[in-house]
Write a protein that binds this ligand. Structure first.
Ligand code: ATP
Length: 541
């Protein structure tokens, strides 16, 4: 199966089975926005719940976790999406959170500068950089077709043009080289503008003020809500450093080219921890969180072979970071050997707490207004609040360092979907082979944990099945199905990833036992009705 084929099939499977729909689809959709359907909402909620349970709820502050420098505390937080605009000035997002984009003057399309790929193509001493936004599989075909058209040649003249081997992105070309390029959706040379900065924050206006006075932003990350509440958390909980604050919530980025299903969306959810520690221990905590987070994805079923932890190069680091590692997954829509980011673990030093405390915001001045000092340099205007921490045992006062494991719930879900999607060949009763889909989700994240199926719709079987269904329903999301042949009903559950099917059959009427079938091994065994709940519980937690 080709990559493109696989992604098309996965997208179609997600739509047909109610995992995901394009937002506002009946109006033609809105690019970069996705709705989660009946199954998707369960899958995503289970991923977020697994994260919350593993990182926060089940964390035992009395026991030192394996490979951790010491014991630590965890608390939770839920902050607003719109915050004081000065938060974004101090975090650096107002000035630095941008991508470079280029516009096509002819087609009016806009592209991310670093995403436009292409090749040098030469014909008759004329050298043109032909760009493409086609999927990797069709890149060469698209470039060839458009190069032939540009040089007014026919397919049989292909030997008359030379392609340079390397595929390059636009940002790898000098500005002189960029003069000679063919935009991705046009047949004229020189229609792309120079790269320009484009801030990724969505702007809105708070209250009745529609001018810049009321300007505010939808948060592009959940982290800042945690930093600005650092003092509130310390004062209200009497928690001691080291500790982590966990938060799950929506973030918004006006991405220039949202693509690859939900991988790059404009509205998405993040699962973030800001971990506050003593500066002397921050390097060790950084190691701890990198390994802990990588293991989390493996434990929930992502294949180790398709996962990697990549340390950022010095020139790749964000303005605040002393070290960042990305957990990456070999998504099937990427060319072989390429990986996409699932989560970033950043060592942010004391940048955030220092930045939000330094300086003093003048309440008479409009937020974000640039205030300059005598030398004409912009003055930093933090809250002016003391965000240092005093250790009551040692009396030491310091600004804690922060380690930030920042994960995307939607990207994690996409990786789990890609990993789970499996096509198997099954023989039907007529002996002919049929390809069908099994979604091999880890039981913890599967939308339905079990399905209850009476073998036939008579002899009291539906009544017993309904009883079992009711008992399971109190604990888990469970499906009830009495329509169609039992084999078909098993396949229906395999297709949506239900790990266990419980069948009430004629033997149940004799000895009050039922069959349990496991999705991946298709193994079956019998258990007494009274132990069904415990049996399922034991296997999915
Ligand atoms: P990328 O380089 O892919 O744009 P990033 O490095 O900007 O990501 P972070 O700012 O570190 O991402 O955000 C943390 C996590 O939030 C990412 O690892 C990802 O899982 C998720 N995330 C970020 N941007 C998006 C997006 N546009 N759509 C979906 N998830 C996102």
């Amino acid at each position: 199966m080709t990559v493109e084929n696989l992604m098309d099939k996965l997208v179609a499977h997600c739509k047909a089975n109610g995992f995901m729909f394009q937002s506002s689809e009946i109006y033609g959709g809105l690019n970069g926005f996705w709705d989660y359907g009946p199954l998707g909402v369960e899958l995503k909620r289970n991923i977020k719940e697994a994260w919350w349970k593993d990182m926060y709820q089940n964390h035992n502050e009395l026991a030192q976790p394996q490979n951790a420098p010491s014991t630590y505390d965890m608390v939770g937080l839920d902050c607003t999406i719109i915050m004081h605009p000065q938060v974004w000035k101090c975090s650096g997002h107002y000035d630095l959170f941008h991508d470079y984009m280029v516009d096509c003057r002819k087609t009016k399309k806009r592209y991310r500068f670093d995403q436009v790929r292409g090749r040098w193509v030469t014909h008759d001493q004329k050298r043109v950089f032909v760009t493409t936004m086609a999927e990797p599989e069709q890149e060469q075909e698209d470039i060839t077709r458009r190069a032939l058209k540009l040089f007014n040649l026919r397919s049989k003249d292909i030997e008359k043009i030379q392609f340079e081997e390397r595929v390059l992105t636009l940002d790898k070309l000098t500005s002189a080289e960029r003069a000679n390029l063919l935009g991705p959706d046009t047949d004229e040379i020189g229609t792309l503008t120079d790269p320009r900065e484009f801030n990724l924050m969505f702007k809105t206006y708070v209250g009745a003020l529609s001018g810049e006075e009321g300007a505010a932003f939808l948060r592009p990350e959940t982290a800042q809500g945690i930093f600005v509440n650092f003092k509130n958390v310390v004062d209200s909980t009497r928690i001691r450093v080291p500790f982590g604050v966990a938060q799950i919530g929506k973030s918004f980025r006006n991405e220039i080219t949202p693509r690859n299903f939900t991988f790059r969306s404009r509205e998405f959810e993040q699962m973030e921890i800001e971990f506050f520690c003593h500066p002397n221990q921050s390097a060790d905590w950084y190691q701890y969180w990198r390994n802990r987070r990588l293991q989390w994805y493996k434990d929930l079923g992502l294949d180790s072979e398709r996962l990697r932890l990549r340390e950022h190069e010095q020139d790749e680091l964000s303005h605040y970071s002393c070290g960042t590692a990305d957990i990456e997954y070999a998504f099937p829509f990427l060319p072989p050997g390429e990986y996409g980011e699932l989560e970033g673990i950043a060592h942010r030093g004391d940048f955030d707490l220092r930045s939000h405390s330094e300086g003093k915001l003048d309440p008479k001045k409009r937020p974000l207004e640039v205030e300059v000092d005598e030398q004409g340099s912009p003055r930093h205007r933090g809250s002016g609040k003391d965000l240092t921490y005093r250790d009551d045992l040692t009396s030491e006062r310091f600004t804690p360092h922060v380690i930030e494991p920042s994960a995307g719930a939607d990207r994690a879900m996409l990786a789990f979907l890609c990993q789970a999607y499996t096509e198997v060949q099954s023989s039907e009763s007529g002996g002919k082979f049929e390809s069908r889909v099994v979604m091999r989700f880890h039981p913890r994240i599967a939308p339905y944990k079990a399905a209850v199926l009476p073998l036939v719709k008579k002899d009291g079987m539906p009544e017993i099945a309904a009883e079992i269904y009711g008992a399971l329903k109190k604990k888990f999301n469970v499906f009830y199905d009495e329509k169609a042949a039992i084999g078909k009903r098993y396949w229906r559950q395999d297709k949506i990833g239900t790990p266990y099917c419980i069948t009430v059959d004629s033997q149940t009427l004799v000895d009050r036992t039922v069959t349990i079938r496991e999705r991946d091994s298709m193994e079956q065994w019998r258990v007494p009705i009274d132990s069904v709940v415990a049996e399922i519980e034991k296997r999915i937690c």
